[in-house]
Design a protein around this ligand. Sequence first.
Ligand code: SF4
Ligand code: SF4
Ligand code: SF4
Length: 264
Amino acid sequence: MSRRDLIEAIDALLPQTQCGKCGFDGCLPYAQAIAEGEPINRCPPGGDATLERLAGLTGQPVQPLAEPSQLPLTAVIREAECIGCTKCIQACPVDAILGAAKRMHTVIVDECTGCELCVAPCPVDCIDMVPHPAWQAAESEADREAYLERRADLGRRRHRARQARLARQAKEKRLERQKRLMQQRRHAGSEGGAGSNTGVGPGRLRQRQMAVNAAEQAVKRVRQQLESAQRRQDAPAEATARAQLPEAEQLLADARSALENGTP
Ligand code: SF4
Ligand code: SF4
Ligand code: SF4
């Protein structure tokens, strides 16, 4: 089996809640890590059933789950208490929350994977996690399996659609910023060279934008490592990530400054 097929096969066995409790930024990154030899016992929503299937696929031994398994949940917003800050929408990996700024928000229960990622960011603590009604209503093992398959299929599709949308928006924002900088540069040039980025050609500008993109990715990665270490209560990993963060942030600040001010 090729590495790509293996990753797809592993991903197909994961529950697709996209909760990050495995320490990775979603199910697909965990599938990629398992293909590289990461232990298979890190998925609480998958529980023992997923663990056994992963063992059958990868040949890794069945071992105790790193954290207790978890029954399917859904988020419910106590709408009267919601202040419409939109933080939960930003946190939801599958776009299962409806609402607008300063308006009451609500969870689309059929699309909620129960990942719990919306709970911590809510500033007024008005999100409860409860057993998923479809899971509770299931009367047989076949019904439960059918629900889990539906949740996984929907979770995977909605997560990918969200990632594609975020990537598109980030690209549009980048292009918009590049366009603005080019205009500023042309404007500065027409005024006799005063101002920023004067004399910096489009190739150089592109390089600087790429440096900013790379630095943003590095900061994001270190923050994810930090959050993951905190979640796992892994003190050495947390200390390492904390030590790396200031340097990554400084590199990002320098890269942005070089892009915006034309400094070397
Ligand atoms: S369901 Fe959560 S813990 Fe399991 S693989 Fe997906 S992101 Fe990781
Ligand atoms: S509504 Fe909350 S619990 Fe449900 S998928 Fe979105 S972030 Fe996860
Ligand atoms: S994070 Fe909490 S207060 Fe903010 S919109 Fe969501 S539910 Fe409402």
